[in-house]
Each structure stands twice: as C-alpha cells, then as structure tokens.
Design a protein around this ligand. Sequence first.
Ligand code: PMV
Length: 306
Amino acid sequence: MKISVFAPGKLMLLGEHAVVYGYPCIVTAVSSKIKVELENTLSSKIEINAPQVKDVGFVEESIRIFKEKFKFKQGLLIKTSSEFSSQYGFGSSSAVTIATLYGLNKLFNLNLTKKEIFDLGLKVTLNIQKVGSGFDIAAATFGKTLYFIKGGKTIEKLNIKELPLVVGYSGVKASTPKIVQQIKKRLKKEKKEIFNLFDSIGKIVEEGKKSLLEKNYQKLGMLMNENHRLLKILGVSTEKLNQMCKAAIDAGAYGAKLSGAGGGDCMIALVSLSKKEKVEKAIEKTGGKILKVSNNADGVNYEKNI
Ligand code: PMV
C-alpha cells in the first residue's frame, strides 16, 4: 500500500516561552503543509528520502519509537516534501514527525487516536530536542486554533474562523532549542523577574482566548502588542522583528508580535481586511518577506494512493 500524509505547520499566536513553564498558549495551524509518502516494500530495509536534511532525524526517531511500541519488521520507503522552507520556523520538524507517525498508523491499520499520535510525537521531539512544550506537535496533529498547556495537559480547540493575519519573515533563521535553553539558564539567576513576565504572559493568553472567541480584534491586537513588549523585556526579540512589528502597527494593524521563540523567524500582525495591503507593504519596506499562508488550517490527514 502507498499513502500520502499531510501535516500543517503552525504559528504561535500568544504565550511563547511561558508555555514551556506550564502557562497556556494559543497556537494556530497554517495552510502550508509537509507531505510524507509511505509505502511498504518487500524487503526489510527502511529507505528515507528527505530533501530537507533536518527531517531525516525526526523521521528515523518516529520509526524507532513506533517500532519499539508496535514491533513491525516490514521494509518501508518514505519520502518527504514540504510546501515551506524549514527556515521560516513554521515547525517542519513537528509536522514531519506527526505525518510519519500518522502514516505508520494508517499503513499498519492500528486505529490510534489523535491523542495517541500526539503523545508519540511529543516523545519523538523531546528525545531529539530535549526541550519544548509540544504546542507545535499539537497543531500538526489536531490543526485549527488551540488553547494549549504543556505536554498536552489541555488541548482545547477554539471555535473560531480564520484570523485576518499578516505573516512576515525576518530573514533570519532562529534556533528554538538554543533560545529555550538560554532562558532556562537565566532562570537560575533571574527567577523572580522572569516568572513575573511569565505570569503576565499567562494572563494575556487568558484574555486573548476570550477576545478571540468574541472576535474582539481591537482587544486581541492590544494583547498581541503587550505580549510582544514582554517578549522584548525577556530579551528574545530582535531589532528586525521590532521594526517589522512597529511598521505593521503604524500602517494600521490592530496589533503585532513576534511568533515563536524569537531571535528571528516570523512576526504576525492582526489586521482589518481594508488595512491588509498597507500593512504588508509597510512590513516589506523594512525588508521583511510576506508569507502568504492562511491559518486555522486542518490537522494531519491522509489519502490512499493505491
Ligand atoms: O520557534 P517556534 O516557532 O518553534 O516556537 C517556540 C515556542 C516556545 O514556547 C519558545 C517553545 C515551545 O516549545 O513552546
């Protein structure tokens, strides 16, 4: 049998970093997807063909964890491809992990639930990256827009439509595990200050969840600005990301913030449709690249080829 599995990337709407320490966050799945094709072969060999080299380790670890649990011996041919560059910070590693696990589940007819797939995916990424909340794994698995607490303690699908977001790439690739480790180190000396910031971020996420459900974009924009200000104090933003966010707000966005670990990658701006173009142009003027993706996208899914 041959199947193709698709898993979405993600964007963090609110709550990055604090979520690693047990606070909630809000994440949305994006329309750009990773595709993993899986085929069982007659040999006992497992062959992986992944053009984004970074993906190989995640595919291998997914297979190892899956084999350990379900003891299959069959040979496999696995091919990955992506609609987005791993540079953007859309979470290609988690998407490829979830697509691989979901594909194996389908190939071997195991009927695992999405929560079981999520738990396996979390194990895979933690084995490789050592740190992380699992929010990206949740987005790849369940899709849509989620209120999420570390490790999947809470995964709540928010009943909303797509958000009017503009996404800008700063041109710099950031290393999420590195930045998360840096914060962990700093916590030894600055515990009180950092946890004060996390407390405030936690409150923003709760307020943000309400604003999202009420479609109060004015308020949500203000909360995004405040979240960005706190991330700046935390020291994870960059001059470029700050410029891009300021340009978006000056051009009429409701609010803007960096999205993800910081140090580069993307920023997001919440806009009214009438201001969208103006905001995009303003971001481009600072040297940012506009990424045309929609959000609130579906989670992992598959199609049978034969
Ligand atoms: O850099 P990204 O987009 O993978 O986001 C990282 C978000 C953190 O909260 C910093 C880490 C995590 O695993 O939640």
